[in-house]
Design a protein around this ligand. Structure first.
Ligand code: GLA
Length: 388
């Protein structure tokens, strides 16, 4: 059962960026209902994930970690049932160390009893963090241990490994049974943070280390945060929030590189702009393409692209022979960006039909290359089909 999960990138919502550890069942129920009412569940965002802060401060040895009775008066099983009845899958959080990142009891030394408890509650996803790991512990062994504990529950539980890409974790994530694994630090709602996250993406060879059943995770989608939320810009150079175009860039790239699509804004405050991004059907289809081939960086103008370039061209082959090309402009001025067909596997003499996935319209036929003037800190994304 386990290895059949995550054949395409998992989608959902996580509590961290909006609520931090300030969780309560009543608000979370509202959030879940709001996600459903606004069409996010139907669009595929089906994992509803509690992050840190749901745990009771005391651990009763032999019983597995417990939940905070004040925050979850109806109990975790009932909360999971409520989510399942709405049609969601239930995600929860723990950590490989002695305490979680917010200092709640974590699973080090209790992996098997905690996993059993999660299964009893009907949990469908466990995010497993990396704080307070004892100095003499081997991180890879600890992630394998929780992966093993989850498989032995007999319940299909999606395993979300969160060690921030330390210890070249892309090379061993799959050995733990992880279905998704973080490759960098936390996402925040600023341009500076987005650039940092882009650099973490550039350091991992995605085409070698990300694919069906084990996807690289550059962290949450920030679309819709609009400068709100408990950790919107915590710990960063506090600056303006990233804003519409950057949200659009992040969402486009995440769909192209097969990143998990885990939203983090407060759904009760969803604006129509936010829906334009997160419910962009054509891009969701790109994300969920059954071939699950992550986008690669292309060459432009005969120069080798690097992730640090201010203009980047990413290309993602789809299962039906179409290719999605994303032109990303990290400059603070508009720039013409070009993708040549010979870098995509086509010939310069080929002609393609192109659809603009943000303008939602065909832009006609192109031969040899496609280009566009991309506004500052923005992107253009085209789906191309070769004419035969
Ligand atoms: C770490 C993780 C975040 C979040 C917090 C919770 O920082 O990277 O995603 O889970 O811990 O404490």
């Amino acid at each position: 059962m386990q290895d059949l999960m995550a054949q395409t990138p998992p989608m959902g919502w996580n509590s961290w960026n909006t609520f931090m550890e300030d969780l309560d069942e009543k608000t979370l129920r509202e959030v879940a209902i709001s996600l459903k009412e606004q069409g996010f569940l139907e669009a595929g965002y089906n994992y509803f994930c509690l992050d840190d802060g749901w745990e009771d401060k005391n651990r009763h040895v032999g019983q597995g970690v417990d939940y905070d009775k004040k925050k979850f008066p109806s109990g975790m099983k009932a909360f999971g049932d409520f989510l399942h009845d709405l049609g969601f899958k239930f995600g929860i959080y723990s950590c490989a160390g002695t305490l979680t990142c917010c200092n709640y009891p974590a699973s080090y030394g209790y992996e098997y009893e905690d996993a059993a408890r999660f299964a009893e509650w009907g949990v469908d996803l466990v995010k497993y963090d990396n704080c307070h790991v004892p100095d003499d512990a081997n991180g890879m062994f600890l992630y394998r241990r929780m992966g093993q504990a989850l498989r032995e529950t007999g319940r299909p539980i999606l395993y979300s490994m969160c060690n921030w890409g330390f210890d070249a974790s892309e090379t061993w994530a799959r050995s733990t049974g992880a279905h998704i694994y973080r490759i960098g630090l936390d996402s925040r709602d600023t341009w500076e943070n987005f650039e940092t996250v882009l650099n973490s993406i550039g350091k991992v060879n995605l085409t070698a280390y990300s694919g069906a059943s084990c996807f690289a995770d550059p962290d949450f989608l920030i679309a819709g945060m609009n400068g709100e939320g408990a950790v919107s810009n915590l710990g960063e150079e506090i600056g303006p929030n990233a804003g519409y175009n950057v949200y659009k860039m992040q969402f486009s790239l995440w769909c192209m590189i097969c990143a998990p699509l885990i939203m983090s804004h407060d759904p009760r405050k969803t604006t129509s702009d936010t829906k334009n991004i997160l419910l962009n059907k054509e891009l969701l289809e790109v994300s969920q393409d059954p071939a699950s081939i992550p986008a690669y960086l292309c060459k432009i103008d005969k120069q080798e692209e690097t992730h640090r370039s201010k203009n980047t061209v990413w290309a993602k082959p789809l299962h039906n022979g179409d290719i999605v090309v994303g032109l990303f402009n990290r400059n603070d001025r508009p720039t013409i960006i070009t993708a040549a067909f010979n870098s995509l596997g086509w010939l310069m003499s080929d002609t393609v039909e192109a659809c603009d996935l943000w303008e939602h319209k065909s832009i006609g036929v192109s031969r040899g290359y496609i280009n566009a003037e991309v506004p500052a800190r923005d992107c253009a994304v085209f789906r191309l089909r070769r004419k035969k």
